[in-house]
Design a protein around this ligand. Structure first.
Ligand code: HEM
Length: 789
C-alpha cells in the first residue's frame, strides 16, 4: 500500500515538473497571434476563394505575423515588408523548402520540378542548370528574334481590329503571345502545332493552374480528406489535367525526335540528351519524368505570369487615362514616330513605362502569396517563433497595399517610384513580385523584358479606347482565384491607330486648286511620276484632284511600306473603273482588305495558283505553245513578220481559258478579233482615268461628256456576256473528268457557301473570273516585254 502512495507521489511530481518545463518553453517560444479556430478544420472556414484577400483582412486584426491552422497544417502568414525581410533575408535558409501538397505533387511527377522540389541537392543542381541554359541574360537576348516575330504578329492582328474598330480581348491575346514565345523559345515548337493550340491553351494551361492551386482536402483534413477529394471530383480532374499535360510533353518529344533540321540544340533537346547520357543531377540520374516536371515549370510559370502582368497593366492604364496618355507620350517622344517596332534596347529609355510596370506589380503581383514555403528550422520573426514544418506564406499582395509603407496605397500612381531605388530583384521587401531569397524567381530578366517589350509596342502602336457604351468606371479589377491571380473578367479594349502629332507630309510638287497635281501626270503615269520623283524624292506627295496620293520610288521606301507597314496599306482605293468591272469589288485584286478578300484569295491560291495546280496544267501549256511554235514556223518558212502582241495574247488566253475556265477560247465570244477588242477594252476601262474619281462634284459629268461612262458600261456588258456564255457551257453537262475552277465556284454558289461574311453569289464568281482574266492575260504582255528586251 505504501508503495502505491509512493508511486502516485512520484507520478504527480513528474507531471508538475513536465508542466513547469512546458510553460517555461512556451514562454520562450511565443506563438504568433491567431484567429479563433474550430477543431479539425482549424481556421479553414475563414479562408475565402481569394486566399490572399482573406488573409489580408485577417492580418489587419491579428498583425503581420499571423498563425493559423489550416485543418491539420500549421501556417504562418507574413504581411509586412519588415516581416518578409526577416524571413526571406535573415532566415532564408531556415524556410526555403516547399510543403508537400497533392496538386503540385501530381503535376510535378512527385516534386521533380524546380518550383515545388524540396530544398536539396537535386533542386540546387537543376535550378543552376536552368539559370545557365534558359534564364541567363545571354539566353534571353538570343530569343529576341522570336519575341519580335510574335509581338509583330500580335501588332498585325491588333491593326486589323483597329481598322475594323472591333475590341481586342487582351486576356486571350496576351496569353497567346506569351505561350507562343515560351513554346518557341524553350520548347522549339510552334505553339499552334501542338495540342495547346486554339482553345486548348486556355483549357489545358488554366486547368493545370487550378489543379496546382486548388484546395485539396487531403492536404489539410486528417483521415477523411482524401474521401472528400474523390467525392468532389477533384482527384478525377487532377488526374485528367496531368494526363493532358503529359500528352503535350509526349507530343513535343515526338516532334523533337522527328529530326528537324535545326541549327542548335534547344532546351528540350538538351534535357533529352542528358536523359540519354544518364546524367546525374542531385543524387540520381535524370529520367523522362524529371524532364517533364521541369518543362511543366516553364510552361506554367513562364506563360501566365507575364501575360497576367500585361493584362493588369492595360487594365490600370484604361482606368487611369492620365497615366495612359503620359506613358504613351513618353514612348512616342523618346522613340519618335517612325518605328514599326520598338526594340528591347529602346525600352531602356522608357523610365515611366518601367514605373507603370512596378506600380502594376505593387497592386497586382501575379503570385500574391508567392509559392508556399516550408520551414526547415525554427526561427523567429518579430519575436514570435515559427517552428519547423510550418507552412509559410508571404502575402506580397497585402504588402503592396500596406498603408505603413505606401501613401494612398489604393491609388494607381506610378510617380511614387520617381527618385526611388526600389526595384523588383528581391532586395526591396516592399515590392516582391518575383519573391526573394533562394527561391526567388530565376527568370526575372526574362519575365521583365517580355512585359516591357510587349507593353511598349502595344502602347506605341495604338491608342486604346473603351468599347461602345462602356465608361471608365465600368472597368473592374475583379480577380480570378488561383496560385496566380489573373483578371477575372476579360479586358476588352479597342485599338485605334494614333494620330501622329508630328505628321510631316512628304515633299510635293506645287499644285492647282481643284485639280491638284493632275496636270503633271501624262499618259504614262509611271514615267511622269519617275520624272517628278527625281526632283521631289522617293517619297512624294501629290493631290490627284481631291485624292491625296503618295508615290514611293526607291527600294528602301518600298521596303518600309510593303514589309514593315504592309498591314497599314494593303487595302485598295475605290475607283469607278475597277468598281464596275469587279461587280463592286468582289474580285480579288480590287477587293478591300477584309475577311472576304482573305477567304477568296486563300481559295484561289489553293485551287488555281498552287505549284501543284500549275504543274497539273502543264499538258495544256505544252499543247498551246506547240500550236504557237507551229504557226511561227509557218511564218518563218514564208518569211512573214509575226505580230507578237496578238500572238502572245492569244497564247495566254488559250492556256488560261482551257486551264481555268475549262473551255476552248476559240469556242467563246472572245475568239478572233473579239479577244483583243473585249480584253484590251476591259484593261483600259480598269486603268483609265475617270474624272469622277478625282474631280469633286462635276467629275461624273466629265465622264459622261467624254463618253467614258458609255464605254465602261459596254465593256462590262461584253465581259458579262462572255461569263454567261461560259456558265452555259459549263451547265450544258460536258463530260469532264474533274471539276475545274469555274465548276467549283458554281458548286460553291449552289451550296450557298459563306465566303467572308456572306454567301457566294453569281456576281462574286464573275468578279473572281474577271481577276483570272486580268492576271492571266497580263502574263501575255510580260512575255512580249521579255521578247522585246
Ligand atoms: C512577370 C513574370 C514573372 C513573375 C512575376 C514571376 C514570379 C514568380 C514568383 C513569385 C515565384 C515564387 C518565388 C518564391 O517562391 O518566393 C516564381 C518562381 C519561379 N518562376 Fe517565375 N515569374 C515570372 C516569370 C517567369 C518565367 C518567364 C519563367 C520561366 C520561363 C519563370 C519560372 C519560375 C520558376 C522555375 C520558379 C521556381 C523557382 C524555385 O522554386 O526555385 N518565371 N516566379
Amino acid at each position: 500500500m505504501a508503495n502505491i502512495w509512493l508511486l502516485s507521489l512520484l507520478f504527480l511530481i513528474t507531471l508538475l515538473v513536465l508542466a513547469a518545463f512546458k510553460r517555461s518553453k512556451s514562454q520562450k517560444h511565443r506563438i504568433p497571434p491567431s484567429p479563433p479556430s474550430f477543431p479539425i478544420i482549424g481556421n479553414l472556414h475563414q479562408i475565402g476563394e481569394l486566399q490572399h484577400q482573406s488573409l489580408w483582412n485577417l492580418s489587419k486584426k491579428y498583425g503581420p505575423v499571423m498563425h493559423m491552422k489550416l485543418g491539420k497544417v500549421p501556417t504562418v502568414t507574413l504581411s509586412s515588408s519588415d516581416t518578409a525581410r526577416q524571413a526571406l533575408k535573415d532566415h532564408d535558409l531556415d524556410c526555403c523548402s516547399r510543403p508537400t501538397l497533392a496538386g503540385p505533387k501530381a503535376l510535378s511527377y512527385n516534386y521533380l520540378d524546380i518550383g515545388f522540389s524540396p530544398y536539396n541537392d537535386y533542386w540546387k543542381d537543376i535550378r543552376k542548370l536552368a539559370v545557365m541554359e534558359l534564364f541567363s541574360n545571354k539566353k534571353v537576348h538570343s530569343i529576341q528574334p522570336i519575341k519580335e516575330e510574335e509581338v509583330k504578329k500580335l501588332m498585325d492582328s491588333m491593326a486589323e481590329s483597329a481598322s475594323q474598330q472591333t475590341p481586342v480581348n487582351l486576356n486571350v491575346k496576351l496569353l497567346t503571345l506569351t505561350a507562343s514565345i515560351v513554346c518557341r523559345a524553350t520548347f522549339g515548337v510552334t505553339f499552334e502545332d501542338t495540342l495547346l493550340s486554339d482553345n486548348n491553351l486556355g483549357e489545358i494551361v488554366r486547368e493545370a493552374y487550378e489543379m496546382m492551386a486548388s484546395f485539396s482536402a487531403s492536404d489539410f483534413i486528417p483521415y477523411v480528406g482524401w474521401i472528400i477529394d474523390r467525392f468532389t471530383g477533384l482527384v478525377g480532374r487532377r488526374e485528367k489535367s496531368v494526363r493532358d499535360l503529359d500528352a503535350f510533353y509526349e507530343q513535343m518529344f515526338d516532334m523533337h525526335k522527328e529530326v528537324k533540321e535545326r541549327g542548335s540544340e534547344d532546351f528540350v533537346d538538351m534535357l533529352l540528351r542528358m536523359e540519354k547520357e544518364k546524367t546525374v543531377i542531385g543524387n540520381g540520374k535524370l529520367t523522362r519524368n524529371h524532364v517533364k516536371a521541369i518543362l511543366m515549370d516553364v510552361l506554367l510559370a513562364g506563360i501566365d505570369t507575364s501575360s497576367i502582368t500585361m493584362t493588369w497593366a492595360m487594365t490600370e492604364l484604361a482606368r487611369n487615362p492620365r497615366v495612359m496618355k503620359k506613358v504613351q507620350s513618353e514612348i512616342r517622344n523618346q522613340l519618335g514616330n517612325n518605328k514599326s517596332m520598338i526594340s528591347i534596347e529602346d525600352t531602356d529609355k522608357l523610365c515611366y513605362l518601367k514605373m507603370v510596370i512596378k506600380e502594376t506589380w505593387r497592386l497586382h503581383p501575379p503570385a500574391p502569396l508567392l509559392v508556399a514555403k516550408e520551414v526547415i528550422n525554427d526561427f523567429e520573426v518579430n519575436g514570435y517563433t515559427i517552428p519547423s514544418k510550418t507552412l509559410l506564406q508571404v502575402n506580397v499582395w497585402a504588402i503592396g497595399r500596406d498603408p505603413n509603407t505606401w501613401k494612398d496605397p489604393e491609388i494607381f500612381l506610378p510617380e511614387r517610384f520617381i527618385d526611388s531605388n526600389i526595384d523588383t530583384k528581391g532586395q526591396n521587401f516592399e515590392l516582391l513580385p518575383f519573391g526573394a531569397g533562394r527561391r526567388i524567381c530565376p527568370a526575372i530578366y526574362m519575365g521583365t523584358t517580355m512585359v516591357e517589350f510587349g507593353l511598349a509596342n502595344m502602347l506605341y502602336n495604338f491608342d486604346w479606347k473603351l468599347p461602345e457604351g462602356m465608361a471608365v468606371e465600368d472597368i473592374d479589377v475583379d480577380e480570378a482565384p488561383g496560385l496566380t491571380v489573373s483578371k477575372k473578367n476579360d479586358l476588352l479594349l479597342v485599338p485605334v491607330n494614333p494620330k501622329r502629332r508630328n505628321d510631316r507630309n512628304p515633299p510635293s510638287p506645287p499644285g492647282f486648286p481643284i485639280i491638284g497635281n493632275l496636270h503633271q501626270i501624262g499618259e504614262l503615269p509611271h514615267q511622269s511620276l519617275w520624272n517628278l520623283s527625281k526632283k521631289y524624292g522617293p517619297v512624294m506627295h501629290l493631290k490627284l484632284g481631291k485624292v491625296p496620293a503618295v508615290i514611293l520610288s526607291s527600294p528602301e521606301a518600298a521596303r518600309q511600306a510593303l514589309k514593315d507597314h504592309d498591314l497599314d496599306c494593303c487595302s485598295r482605293p475605290h475607283l469607278a473603273g475597277p468598281g464596275e468591272l469587279s461587280y463592286n469589288y468582289v474580285d480579288i485584286a480590287f477587293s478591300p482588305f477584309g475577311d472576304y478578300w482573305k477567304d477568296i484569295r486563300k481559295l484561289a491560291v489553293q485551287e488555281v495558283f498552287s505549284n501543284k495546280k500549275v504543274h497539273s496544267i502543264q499538258p495544256i501549256k505544252d499543247e498551246e505553245v506547240k500550236k504557237l511554235i507551229d504557226s511561227m514556223a509557218e511564218s518563218a518558212s514564208k518569211q512573214t513578220p509575226v505580230n507578237l502582241n496578238d500572238t502572245l495574247l492569244t497564247l495566254t488566253a488559250s492556256v488560261l481559258c482551257r486551264a481555268s475556265f475549262g473551255v476552248t477560247f476559240e469556242d467563246t465570244l472572245l475568239s478572233n478579233n473579239n479577244l483583243g477588242q473585249i480584253v484590251r477594252e476591259a484593261y483600259e476601262m480598269t486603268g483609265s482615268f475617270s474624272a469622277s474619281d478625282f474631280i469633286p462634284y462635276v467629275g461624273w459629268l466629265v465622264d459622261r461628256f467624254t463618253g467614258l461612262k458609255g464605254r465602261r458600261d459596254k465593256s462590262v456588258r461584253d465581259l458579262d456576256e462572255f461569263y454567261e456564255q461560259m456558265f452555259d457551257m459549263h451547265t450544258e453537262g460536258k463530260e469532264k473528268g474533274s471539276e475545274d475552277f469555274v465548276d467549283m465556284l458554281l458548286r460553291l454558289e449552289k451550296e450557298e457557301t459563306v465566303i467572308g461574311n456572306g454567301k457566294l453569289t453569281r456576281n462574286h464568281i464573275k468578279g473572281i473570273l474577271m481577276e483570272e482574266r486580268r492576271e492571266g492575260w497580263a502574263n501575255g504582255r510580260e512575255e512580249k516585254w521579255a521578247l522585246n528586251t
